[in-house]
Ligand binder design. Structure first.
Ligand SMILES: *[C@@H]1O[C@H](CO)[C@@H](O)[C@H](O)[C@H]1NC(C)=O
Ligand SMILES: *[C@@H]1O[C@H](CO)[C@@H](O)[C@H](O)[C@H]1NC(C)=O
Ligand SMILES: *[C@@H]1O[C@H](CO)[C@@H](O)[C@H](O)[C@H]1NC(C)=O
Ligand SMILES: *[C@@H]1O[C@H](CO)[C@@H](O)[C@H](O)[C@H]1NC(C)=O
Ligand SMILES: *[C@@H]1O[C@H](CO)[C@@H](O)[C@H](O)[C@H]1NC(C)=O
Ligand SMILES: *[C@@H]1O[C@H](CO)[C@@H](O)[C@H](O)[C@H]1NC(C)=O
Ligand SMILES: *[C@@H]1O[C@H](CO)[C@@H](O)[C@H](O)[C@H]1NC(C)=O
Length: 560
């Protein structure tokens, strides 16, 4: 059955020059961002090449290729200036792109000034293929240039990124989902045959840390996305047939290389509705994969990375510690800053002790940024030494070894952790000081926490009652250890069987929270309640209720 369905598609893929299906784009053809002709379609209409408006910015367009039949028009390729200057080509709205009569592809503005060209000559015609590849061809039908050779952040079935012995070929992430400038990660097909993911500096792109690789140095590996939907560095093979699903693999802005499928027809089957569903990903937990001694980690400084397996495509997210706030709520990856008057180095000890205090925070750690270490020392002295010093932003104390570390700003590599012997103490304005304003309602519960829990929710529908019923709670702490030890092999994101994910009914949650009784806190999208499961461990949980529909539910973490 599957083979039968695949057959017409394969036939199409295997005969890319087949005349009746390949409508070619002839010399003299022109596209304009705001004209009737703003893109060229593939014969089946699945893909389009042309001008794409940039969300939130009406003054310029991208030259791009996108999935044309689906509602969100997912961009899979976008033009960059040159190899030396890999910034995106920003197209003013009065420009036009022409396959010129003398055989070149050229972007020009009204005054005739050239803005971009892919540096090929002798083109006889062009073709937007059904595979999503836009190709410039010579009179003898040889390929002169193709977008498959200059991948942006996405590869498609039938695309191969070969190993080139003289230069590393990379996929570079965009900065954010709607910001196409070069981001903080890249996937390299290296000259030495290794395929690796790197954390890189923005904007220079110099490599910081390798956080994942195929370990195939010396054997000339290439990155292959086969026509059957299998990428040879992932296990997403065969999930969602080519006939029923669109496929892509993207190095996402959070540094994870994910393989996605999208049903071609509504209600096409088990893999979600009309949306992209990740079927495999590398690395499995980006927050834990990166600890970089230079640079800030997965997100910018003073933030921490949370990664919630309970959410749909397991997107990592950036959070600020209490008393810190985002530089930009819209661009959270930019990190956080203190939301209080910082400790001035002019304060004397007594004033510092009156104005600042240390508060334990749970479930989070910043493993680097230490600048001082004392041993043996008790927790109170450790804290005091941090409070009185203007450089100190955080102290960490290990009870079993009586070790104290002092940390300075900016804090880097913030991450979820479930230490038991290690207490992370954040320096904040003391409750005595005029700066104090945070609610301390959850303090009582903050003490003595052995297990902390991250509650996450997906939205089922729009009715308040349904939204109120939380669908899944993911338990960290005890359970998290078990899974990480098991060393899940290249797991498929959609196979929930391997994950310690439990679905709760509304009734169970109502019971666990004693009728949504005790409030722990409130976020932008809803209220978080304290609860306790009736398991052997009497695991404490945080239950978040959603009262606002958001297109994508972000994971929510709670300090307990
Ligand atoms: C639109 O993008 C251009 C080019 O990057 C930039 O100069 C301009 O400020 C942006 N406008 C808005 C409203 O974001
Ligand atoms: C490798 O890259 C160089 C520089 O871009 C190019 O000239 C060469 O043709 C490539 N080699 C192969 C085998 O593709
Ligand atoms: C390719 O990347 C590797 C790993 O970062 C590096 O060692 C090597 O020098 C790079 N090769 C070239 C030609 O830049
Ligand atoms: C390279 O290929 C050889 C022969 O197939 C194999 O024995 C070896 O393990 C491979 N090395 C790596 C690093 O994959
Ligand atoms: C991917 O597949 C290609 C061709 O089948 C092969 O040459 C390459 O070594 C594979 N790469 C990895 C990392 O397995
Ligand atoms: C708060 O202020 C009072 C009076 O100034 C002082 O006695 C007390 O120790 C202070 N508490 C803290 C935590 O600094
Ligand atoms: C605290 O010290 C103990 C004993 O040396 C050690 O096993 C543990 O890993 C330390 N914890 C942390 C988080 O450093």
């Amino acid at each position: 059955m599957v083979a039968l369905l695949l057959f017409p598609m394969l036939l199409q893929l295997l005969s890319p020059t087949c005349a009746q299906t390949q409508k070619s784009i002839t010399l003299g053809s022109t596209l304009a961002p705001q004209g009737p002709a703003s893109s060229w379609l593939s014969p089946f209409g699945d893909f389009a090449f042309g001008f794409r408006p940039v969300e939130g910015n009406t003054s310029f367009y991208l030259i791009a290729i996108w999935f044309n039949k689906i509602s969100d028009k997912t961009v899979v390729w976008y033009a960059k200036n040159t190899d030396q200057d890999p910034s995106i080509v920003e197209v003013p709205s009065d420009s036009f792109l022409q396959l010129t009569n003398d055989g070149a592809l050229s972007l020009k503005d009204r005054s005739g000034q050239e803005g971009w060209n892919p540096q090929v000559t002798g083109v006889a015609y062009a073709s937007m293929r059904n595979t999503g590849n836009f190709v410039l061809l010579g009179a003898d039908s040889t390929t002169k240039w193709q977008t498959f050779d200059t991948p942006s952040d996405t590869i498609l079935p039938t695309q191969v990124v070969p190993c080139n012995k003289t230069r590393n070929k990379s996929l570079r992430v965009r900065l954010d989902i709607d910001d196409y400038s070069s981001g903080r990660f890249l996937l390299d097909v290296q000259t030495d045959g290794n395929l690796a993911l790197y954390l890189v500096a923005v904007p220079s792109g110099s490599k910081y840390q390798q956080y994942w690789s195929t370990d195939t140095t010396g054997n000339g590996s290439e990155l292959v996305f086969s026509e059957t939907g299998k990428i040879n560095i992932s296990s997403g093979a065969g999930i969602g047939s080519m006939a029923d699903y669109f496929h892509r693999a993207t190095l996402d802005p959070d540094g994870v290389f994910r393989q996605y499928v999208y049903p071609k027809k509504a209600n096409a089957g088990i893999l979600g509705g009309e949306t992209w569903t990740a079927v495999s990903m590398q690395p499995q937990n980006i927050c834990h994969a990166i600890v970089s001694d230079v640079g800030s980690g997965v997100y910018e400084f003073n933030s921490y990375c949370t990664f919630d397996i309970g959410t749909r495509n397991q997107i990592a997210s950036c959070q600020c510690p209490p008393w810190y706030k985002f530089f930009d709520e819209q661009k959270k990856y930019k990190g956080c800053k203190q939301d209080f008057q910082p400790h001035s180095c002019d304060l004397d000890e007594a004033t510092a002790l009156a104005q600042f205090e240390l508060r334990p925070i749970y479930g989070v750690d910043w493993p680097l940024s230490d600048y001082e270490k004392y041993e043996p020392i008790g927790q109170d002295d450790c804290g005091r030494l941090c409070v009185i010093e203007c450089f100190c932003a955080m102290a960490v104390h290990n009870q079993s070894t009586s070790t104290c570390w002092k940390k300075k700003l900016p804090l880097s590599n913030g991450n979820m952790a479930d230490y038991v012997q290690r207490t992370v103490l954040l320096k904040v304005p003391s409750s005595n000081s005029s700066q104090f304003m945070i609610s301390t309602s959850s303090n009582k519960w903050k003490r003595n926490r052995k297990h902390w829990v991250l509650g996450s929710s997906l939205i089922l529908g729009t009715s308040i009652l349904v939204n109120f019923a939380l669908i899944s709670i993911f338990l960290f702490g005890t359970y998290c250890r078990i899974t990480t030890k098991k060393n899940i092999p290249l797991s498929q994101a959609s196979s929930k069987s391997q994950l310690p994910l439990k679905t709760f009914t509304y009734k169970e949650l109502e019971k666990a929270t004693a009728g949504f009784h005790e409030i722990l806190g409130a976020g932008a999208s809803g209220v978080v309640y304290k609860g306790q499961l009736e398991d052997e461990l009497k695991t404490n949980i945080a239950v978040k209720t959603i009262d606002k529909l958001q297109p994508e539910t972000r994971p929510v973490s709670t300090f307990l």
